[in-house]
Design a protein around this ligand. Structure first.
Ligand code: ZN
Length: 283
């Protein structure tokens, strides 16, 4: 299994106390040993939602996942940024991969542009996080390559520009920007699947929940995973995906969790109430 990243975040910027210590976090230097993973669980847009992430991790464990990939936006909007960053840091220490999302970047960089609601929540998030949490978010790469797969938050085309993969147009741009056959991303909070062949422009599909989808090898694919912590497709159930690298099938999973618990925490934290309404509605 080969892994690489397009940006080394590992220039010595000082140690932090969270696991994994940067000097040992070799995946960030693109040299993690082979995991020979057969069932990869892919998570995007956790957004500091402890209950949703816990439910998805439990579901992935029941399904037999043996590898984990996080596709950005660990924080922002949700009430548990510290817990989520520390949980994912622990998984990274055990070999999970993670890339940076725009909210992760905004937590450490004032120059990132966010909408008003996102900006309000990221200011709150920044106050909750210790320097060690911020260092971990800052150290995440924008993208990672593993075998024939690209992991990125928004698009393979200019990952730092956070382009939303909303249509065949953006899929076309992303396909042109990478040689990888499979791209996995998030950012839109809405599940979608694009494919193209040597003779066709990208087609867009709406994935069917819990239905294994063959990623035919003569085609290239972009899987937009939907969101663990803040779905926007009118379905409040947490969303993640399982990739079977042996059968070459991808399954979008929807996992119910107690949304009201998270909504109450959002209100109690003093975050904008509309964020609580959004996760209840999946909007
Ligand atoms: Zn997001």
């Amino acid at each position: 299994m080969q892994r690489s990243c397009s940006r080394s975040p590992c220039a010595s910027r000082g140690r932090h106390d969270l696991e994994p210590p940067r000097e040992q976090n070799d995946y960030l230097r693109c040299s993690l040993g082979s995991s020979n993973a057969m069932l990869i669980a892919l998570f995007a847009d956790v957004h500091a939602n402890r209950e949703a992430l816990t439910a998805c991790l439990d579901d992935a464990a029941r399904e037999g996942a043996d590898s984990y990939v996080f596709l950005g936006d660990l924080v922002g909007y949700g009430p548990d940024p510290v817990w989520v960053v520390e949980r994912v840091a622990g998984l990274i220490a055990d070999g999970a991969l993670a890339v940076q999302g725009n909210h992760d970047a905004a937590a450490v960089d004032d120059k990132q542009t966010l909408g008003a609601l996102a900006h309000t929540s990221i200011l709150w998030t920044r106050k909750q996080l210790a320097p060690a949490h911020l260092e971990l978010l800052d150290a995440l790469p924008l993208d990672l390559h593993e075998d024939d797969r690209l992991y990125v938050h928004a698009s393979g085309c200019s990952p730092q520009d956070w382009i939303y993969m909303l249509s065949a147009r953006e899929a076309f741009q992303s396909f042109r920007a990478t040689a990888q056959r499979l791209t996995f991303c998030g950012h839109t909070h809405t599940p979608a699947l694009f494919n193209e062949s040597a003779t066709s422009l990208p087609h867009q599909h709406v994935p069917v929940d819990n239905m294994p989808m063959p990623l035919l090898s003569q085609r290239r694919w972009i899987a937009v995973l939907g969101a663990v912590g803040q779905p926007r497709d009118k379905n409040p159930a947490a969303c993640y995906a399982l990739l079977d690298t042996v059968s070459n099938r991808l399954t979008y999973r929807r996992v119910h969790y107690d949304v009201d618990v998270t909504a109450r925490k959002i209100v109690a934290a003093g975050l904008p109430e509309v964020l609580a309404k959004r996760i209840v509605l999946g909007a």
